[in-house]
Design a protein around this ligand. Structure first.
Ligand SMILES: *Cc1c(COP(=O)(O)O)cnc(C)c1O
Length: 440
C-alpha cells in the first residue's frame, strides 16, 4: 500500500487502541487498495477481450469471510480447494456460479456436494474423472466440469511453489509418455467435459513462463476441439500466479502487463471463442496488508542489536522458515505510531516471540535503532501471512482490521477477525476435558 496511507493507518491503529500491551500484534488491511486491485484486474482483461471472464479469487490467499465479500462486491468470484474454503465462500454470499472447486484430494462427498450446488469443478487426475463419470450418470448437473493439466514448463525460483515442474503433484502431466493422447481421449469420451485448467504458479515465476503455460493449454483446447469436431472446450481456466514485488511499494508486474503479454503471445485466447476463468490470489491482497507488532525488549547478542517483537513465526511462517525465498520489508514506528526517523541506521535483527532460535522476521537489517515500545510493521503481508496463523507456542491469532482513510485524514477501522483470546486457545486445546487420557 502507499506509504502515506500506511503511516496514517498505523498512527490511527495506535490512537484507537488496536495495538496495546495486551494485544501486541494487529493486522491491517487497506480496503481501498484491495478494491483498486480488483478493479485493475477486471479492467486489464476487459481491455483485451469481450469474452466473459470469471475472476475467481484464490481463497487460500486470504481465507477471511469479509474479504471474500468485499471482493465479490468488487466483481470477483472464489476459487476454493477444501470444504472449509467452500464454506467460507458460501458464508460470504458468493453464488455457486461464481465458485470454482480445485483441489488434488476431493472426496466423493465433496464432489457430490459441488455437483449438487452447480459449482464448477476441475478434476485433477483420471481417478477423479472416474468419480465424476459416476456422479454425472447418477444425476444431471449444472456444474461446468474441467480437467487440470500440468504443462510441465518448468519451475520458478521457489521450488515449493512451482506447480508446473516435470514432477509436480498437480493435474495430468501433459508431456508424460502418451498423456496428451489420453487427455484428448478423455474429452472425446465425455461430452460434458467443457473446461481446461492450468495454474502455473506461483511467486518466483517470470511472466513469460506463466504465458507459456497458458499457451500450452490453449493449444491443447484447440487440439481437443479439432478432434471432437465441435467447440467442446468452451472455457479456459488459466489459474493465478502473478508474482508480487516484495521489495518496494510498486505494484509490478501489473495485471495489464500480463493481459497484454497474453494477448500478444496467445491471441486466440481472447478472440471470443473461449470464456475465461482466472484464479489470482497473492497479487490481489499482498500489497494491502501490514502486520504491526510492539517491540517488547531490545538487547545485543554477539554485539548484534536484536529487537524482540511479538510478530514472528505465528504470522510470518514462510519468512521465518525460508527467509531467502520470502524476505519481508520492515518499517518502523515509535510508540505513538509515528514513522521512526533520526539517528543512523543500525544493522539489527528483528526477532519474534517464539521459542526457537530461527524465529526472526529480519536478520542484519539496517533500520533506526529500535527501542522497547516501538512498533515494527511487516509490509506486503496481506496474502498468505496474517490470515495463515501458525499455532506455535500457543500464540494467539491477532485481530485483522480493515481500514478506510477519509479525505479529512480520519481513518476508520472495521473488524475483519477479532483477536483470539487465551480462553479460546485453551478450549481449542482440549480444555473442556482435561482428564480425557486418564480413564480407561
Ligand atoms: C494457490 C492457487 C492459486 C492462486 O495462486 P496465487 O499465486 O496466489 O495467485 C490459483 N489456482 C490454484 C489452483 C492454486 O492452487
Amino acid at each position: 500500500m502507499a506509504s502515506d496511507r500506511r503511516d496514517r493507518a498505523v498512527r490511527a491503529a495506535v490512537g484507537q487502541a488496536l495495538l496495546t500491551e495486551d494485544r501486541p500484534v494487529a493486522a491491517l488491511l487497506d480496503v481501498a487498495g484491495v478494491r483498486a486491485s480488483a478493479t485493475a484486474l477486471r479492467a486489464a482483461f476487459a481491455a483485451v477481450t469481450d469474452a466473459p471472464v470469471l475472476h475467481a479469487f484464490a481463497v487460500k490467499a486470504s481465507p477471511l469471510v469479509p474479504v471474500l465479500r468485499l471482493l465479490y462486491e468488487a466483481g470477483l468470484g472464489a476459487e476454493v480447494a477444501s470444504p472449509g474454503e467452500l464454506a467460507l465462500a458460501r458464508a460470504a454470499g458468493v453464488p455457486a456460479d461464481r465458485v470454482v472447486l480445485d483441489s488434488p484430494a476431493k472426496t466423493p462427498a465433496e464432489l457430490r456436494e459441488a455437483l449438487d450446488l452447480g459449482i464448477a469443478v476441475n478434476a485433477d487426475n483420471p481417478q477423479e474423472l472416474a468419480r465424476l463419470d459416476a456422479l454425472v450418470r447418477r444425476a444431471p448437473t449444472r456444474s461446468p466440469l474441467g480437467l487440470r493439466v500440468n504443462p510441465q514448463i518448468g519451475g520458478g525460483t521457489i521450488d515449493a511453489l512451482s506447480t508446473a515442474t516435470a514432477t509436480s503433484k498437480f493435474g495430468i502431466a501433459l508431456r508424460d509418455e502418451g498423456a496428451r493422447a489420453r487427455v484428448v481421449r478423455a474429452y472425446l469420451d465425455r461430452p460434458w467435459l467443457t473446461r481446461l485448467h492450468t495454474h502455473s504458479g506461483s511467486q518466483g515465476l517470470p511472466l513469460s513462463l506463466l504465458v507459456t503455460g497458458v499457451r500450452e493449454v490453449y493449444e491443447l483446447a484447440e487440439e481437443i476441439n479439432a478432434a471432437a469436431g465441435r467447440h467442446q472446450v468452451d472455457t479456459l481456466d488459466i489459474g493465478g500466479g502473478l508474482p508480487v514485488n516484495f521489495t518496494s511499494d510498486d505494484q509490478t508486474p501489473t495485471y495489464a502487463d500480463y493481459a497484454r503479454l497474453l494477448a500478444d503471445e496467445v491471441p486466440g485466447l481472447f478472440d471470443g471463442r473461449y470464456g475465461l476463468v482466472t484464479e489470482f490470489g497473492r497479487s490481489l491482497l499482498a500489497k494491502h496488508g501490514t502486520v504491526l507488532a510492539r517491540v517488547e525488549y531490545t538487547k545485543t547478542s554477539g554485539s548484534r542489536p536484536i529487537a524482540v517483537t511479538h510478530a514472528g513465526v505465528q504470522v510470518a511462517t514462510r519468512t521465518v522458515y525460508d527467509p531467502v525465498s520470502w524476505p519481508l520489508r520492515i518499517a518502523v514506528y515509535d510508540a505513538g505510531g509515528r514513522p521512526k526517523e533520526g539517528g543512523p541506521a543500525v544493522e539489527q535483527d528483528v526477532a519474534g516471540p517464539a521459542c526457537f532460535a530461527g524465529d526472526l522476521l529480519a536478520v542484519k537489517r539496517s533500520l533506526p535503532l529500535l527501542e522497547p515500545g516501538d512498533i515494527v510493521a511487516a509490509l506486503d503481508t496481506g496474502a498468505y501471512y496474517f490470515a495463515h496463523h501458525y499455532a506455535y507456542n500457543s500464540l494467539t491469532r491477532p485481530g485483522v482490521y480493515g481500514f478506510v482513510a477519509g479525505e479529512d485524514g480520519a481513518v476508520r477501522f472495521a473488524t475483519v477477525r477479532p483477536p483470539q483470546t487465551v480462553a479460546e486457545i485453551v478450549a481449542e486445546a482440549g480444555g473442556a476435558h482435561p482428564g480425557a487420557l486418564l480413564s480407561g
